[in-house]
Design a protein around this ligand. Structure first.
Ligand SMILES: [Zn+2]
Length: 440
């Protein structure tokens, strides 16, 4: 049996160790990580950790091989963290594997083994929507895939027949399937996107940016039987792209082609980088009442909403950035281009024309929630020079409409009605398409 003196000695040692921080703080004091989500995409891969309190952290990049080391302070090594590596998709464009362990007491070290050179962004988010505090690690390619693609395209142009540079000298003379569903930066551009020299250029190519609302961390509205707005909008957006691509002299470009988050401003910037003639954002509406039903179409307002309903809807849609996790204050390397602060009055008038035509056609396949185009301050519609509309296809909170939204045949009808509205718009206003010599 140890003597009393010996016990006292042991206790004093323990107290000293605690005071010096040599022992881990008690588990109760450590920050808990309750959930981990990984959103891989060609644009960037995001790792989100949901935490009981905001986490302080530090990052270091290491080379040969490429690694990112992320240390989290005062965090408990929970099962969620221990199994983080299991969540990595083998097809993740950037992450090879993730290893997690205590680096020292109370400091969890996450080592991300990378497939290529990357630029990380790490930031915390306050609670929003159904989420607690979050620590977000975004892994971007060192070169924006879209910009890489555009650079690639600009080079061979000098070898081709010169293009008239009268009206729009900055616009590319060759149209390809520029969309976020581009190859990984490490891969050579597939030959199908290379400019074809023999094809006769057609006089005009109309580019429609199609924006699938929400995505990734931001599920959007939740349906009566559990479907997510983000999935419905993506399915409809992909179908709309296919329908537009099937039209002569039209091409559709998607702001996202997978389940990942893009900030609202980023969607606007993308549409402008793609030199879109129109921007169509696809959404599904939500209401407390399961009876609420019908389609509606919205445009931007610079001077206040046209109704309380429109104002509330814009508020809800604009929350996407908070829930999805826009890195406010942290520069998104892919969105370096800022928007000009131009008057949008003329563009809004065109948006209203387009919205009315789309709404008219949607009225033929679904009940309308509102018979005229309403306006409010939707952040995603703020392109100064691209007519932009937001389509609330139906109420996902209405069981019958939720079923329709998930039904492929009904999605086709929706897509056809939107496309019919777009075609009518250009038929009625041919001068509105940006003139450029292009080929498909
Ligand atoms: Zn929405």
């Amino acid at each position: 049996m140890p003597s009393k003196t010996y016990l006292r000695y042991l206790i004093s040692l323990l107290v000293a160790a605690l005071a010096l921080g040599l022992l881990p703080a008690r588990a109760a004091e450590l920050i808990q990580v309750s959930a981990a989500r990984i959103w891989p995409s060609t644009e960037y891969t995001r790792i989100t950790l949901e935490t009981s309190k905001p986490v302080t952290h530090s990052t270091v990049m290491l080379k040969d091989p490429e690694r990112l080391v992320l240390d989290l302070n005062n965090v408990e090594l929970s099962t969620v963290l221990k199994t983080l590596g299991d969540k990595i998709n083998p097809n993740d464009p950037y992450i090879r594997q993730v290893r997690v362990a205590y680096f020292k007491p109370g400091v969890v070290r996450i080592v991300v083994d990378l497939k290529t050179e990357i630029k990380p962004q790490v930031f915390t988010l306050p609670p929003a929507g159904d989420y607690k505090n979050r620590l977000v690690l975004d892994i971007y390619p060192t070169q924006d895939p879209l910009m890489a693609m555009l650079d690639q395209l600009e080079k061979p142009q000098s070898l081709e027949t010169p293009v008239p540079e009268l009206e729009t000298p900055s616009e590319p003379s060759t149209v390809v399937n520029i969309s976020p569903d581009i190859p990984l930066p490490v891969q050579p551009a597939p030959s199908t996107i290379a400019p074809s020299i023999n094809k006769k250029p057609s006089p005009r190519m109309i580019t429609i940016a199609i924006d699938a609302g929400h995505g990734g961390e931001d599920p959007g509205a939740k349906g009566a039987s559990g479907s997510y707005e983000k999935n419905v909008t993506l399915a409809i957006a992909k179908k709309l792209k296919a329908a537009i691509d099937a039209e002569p002299n039209m091409r559709g470009v998607l702001t996202r082609d997978g389940d990942y988050f893009i900030p609202l401003h980023g969607r606007v910037v993308k549409a402008r980088n793609m030199q879109a003639d129109l921007f169509v954002s696809i959404h599904a509406d939500a209401a407390l009442s399961a009876q609420a039903r019908g389609s509606s179409v919205f445009a931007l307002s610079e001077t206040g909403a046209t109704s309380a309903m429109a104002r509330l809807l814009a508020q809800r849609e604009n929350e996407s950035d908070l829930i999805g996790g826009a890195s406010f204050g942290v520069k998104d390397p892919n969105l370096a281009r800022t928007l000009l602060d131009l008057s949008q009055t003329a563009t809004i008038n065109d948006s209203l024309k387009l919205g009315k035509l789309v709404l008219d056609h949607m009225g033929a396949i679904n009940q309308l929630h509102k018979r005229h185009v309403e306006q409010a301050g939707f952040a995603v519609l703020k392109s100064p020079d691209i007519p932009s509309i937001l389509v609330e296809t139906a109420f996902i909170t209405n069981p019958e409409e939720e079923r329709k939204l998930n039904d492929s045949a009904h999605q086709d009808k929706l897509v056809n009605s939107i496309l019919s509205g777009i075609k009518k718009y250009f038929a009625a206003n041919p001068a509105l398409a940006k003139t450029r010599m292009v080929e498909k």
